[in-house]
Design a protein around this ligand. Structure first.
Ligand code: DAH
Length: 339
C-alpha cells in the first residue's frame, strides 16, 4: 500500500509539471483526489490492513493528500498568474498608435447657403419664422388673393390631402400666418420646404425650398423693398453685384416685381448660365396687397408692407454652376463632398 501511495505521489508530481491549463489541473484533481479518485480508493482499501497498521497508514495517506492538495493550489496560482500575464501582454494598449480618423460630415450645400441667407437677414433685423408644410388651402391660396378659380393656381398644382388640405406650394402662406398672430411691426423670413406636382427633371422637383420675407409697418414703401433686396443681393453675391427690378404679377402683391442680378458669369454679355439674357432672375417681390393685409386684420390705411420669395435651389445652382437639380437630392457623396 505504501508503494502505491508513493507511485500516486510521484505520478501527480510529474503530471503537475506537465499541466498547462486549469482544465487539465481540474482533471488531475478529480482523478486523484476526487470522491472517486485514486487516493480516496486507497483510503477505502484500508479495511484490508491489519488494525494496528491502519492509523499509521491513514496518517500517511492524509499527509500525501495534504501535500498534493497544496501542490495543486500552488499550480493553480501559477496558472492564474501566467494567464494574467499573458492577457496583460496581449491586451496591451499602445496609446501612441495613431487613431482611426472618423471623417467629419458636413452641411448640405442647400443648408450652407440657407445659413448664409439667414445670417444676412438676421443682420438686417429680421426674425425667422417656420410653419407647416401640410397647409390649408385657405393659407396657401385663398388668403393670398388666389381664389379657387384663379388662373395662377394652374402653375402651382400640388398634392392634396383633402380638398382643403394640401402640401404648400410656396412659403407665402407664412405671410398670412405671421400677420394673423403678430401685430406690426413685422420683419420676418420664413424658409422651408414646398411641394408641387411637377415631373422630376434637371430643373424641376416635386420638393424644393423657398425663403419668404415679409416686412409690415407704418410707412413701408417700395423704396424699402428695393433697398433691402439690393442690399441682400450685394451681401450674397458681392459688393459689385448689379440688380434690376422688372415688373411682374403676383396675386398677393401690388405692385409686383422680379429681381434680376446681372449675370456674374459673363458680366451681362450673355452666356450659357444666363441663357444669353445677361441677367438672372433671383426672386419675386412686391408690396403686400391691401386685400391680404385686410384679411389678416391689419388696416391697409394705417400699415403697408413688402414681401418677397426666393427659390433656394436656383440660387445654389447658379452660385456653383450646378446644372442638374436632382444632384441635391441623390445624396451622392462625390457631389456633396465638393462643397
Ligand atoms: N410665392 C411666389 C412663388 O412661389 C414667390 C413670391 C413672389 C413670394 C412675390 C412673395 C412675393 O412673397 O411677394 O412664385
Amino acid at each position: 500500500m505504501k508503494e502505491k501511495l508513493e507511485a500516486i505521489r510521484a505520478e501527480v508530481r510529474t503530471r503537475l509539471v506537465e499541466t498547462a491549463t486549469k482544465a487539465e489541473l481540474e482533471n488531475l484533481r478529480v482523478r486523484f483526489l476526487g470522491k472517486k479518485g485514486e487516493l480516496t480508493a486507497l483510503l477505502r482499501g484500508m479495511g484490508a490492513l491489519a488494525p494496528e497498521d491502519r492509523p499509521k497508514m491513514g496518517a500517511l495517506v492524509n499527509e500525501v493528500r495534504g501535500e498534493l492538495e497544496a501542490a495543486m493550489e500552488e499550480k493553480l496560482a501559477a496558472l492564474d498568474k501566467a494567464e494574467l500575464e499573458r492577457r496583460l501582454q496581449e491586451e496591451q494598449l499602445d496609446v501612441t498608435v495613431p487613431g482611426v480618423s472618423a471623417p467629419y460630415g458636413k452641411k448640405h450645400p442647400l443648408s450652407q447657403v440657407l445659413d448664409e441667407i439667414k445670417d444676412i437677414f438676421l443682420g438686417m433685423g429680421f426674425q425667422i419664422a417656420t410653419g407647416p408644410e401640410v397647409e390649408l388651402d385657405r393659407y396657401n391660396f385663398e388668403a393670398l388673393n388666389m381664389p379657387k378659380n384663379h388662373p395662377a393656381r394652374d402653375t402651382q398644382d400640388t398634392f392634396y390631402i383633402t380638398e382643403n388640405i394640401l402640401l404648400r406650394t410656396q412659403t407665402s402662406p407664412m405671410q398670412v400666418r405671421v400677420m394673423e398672430k403678430q401685430k406690426p411691426p413685422i420683419k420676418v423670413i420664413a424658409p422651408g420646404r414646398v411641394y408641387r406636382s411637377d415631373e422630376v427633371d434637371a430643373t424641376h422637383s416635386p420638393l424644393f425650398h423657398q425663403i419668404e420675407g415679409l416686412v409690415v409697418d407704418k410707412g413701408i414703401r417700395m423704396s424699402d423693398l428695393k433697398g433691402t433686396l439690393e442690399l441682400f443681393a450685394k451681401r450674397l453675391y458681392g459688393e459689385e453685384a448689379v440688380v434690376r427690378f422688372r415688373p411682374h404679377h403676383f396675386s398677393f402683391t401690388e405692385p409686383s416685381a422680379e429681381l434680376d442680378i446681372r449675370c456674374f458669369s459673363c458680366g451681362g454679355k450673355g452666356c450659357r448660365l444666363c441663357k444669353g439674357e445677361g441677367w438672372i432672375e433671383i426672386l419675386g417681390a412686391g408690396m403686400v396687397h391691401p386685400k391680404v393685409l385686410e384679411g389678416c386684420g391689419i388696416d391697409p390705411e394705417e400699415y403697408s408692407g413688402f414681401a418677397f420669395g426666393l427659390g433656394l435651389e436656383r440660387i445654389v445652382m447658379r452660385r456653383y454652376n450646378i446644372d442638374d437639380l436632382r444632384l441635391f437630392f441623390e445624396n451622392d457623396l462625390r457631389f456633396l463632398q465638393q462643397f
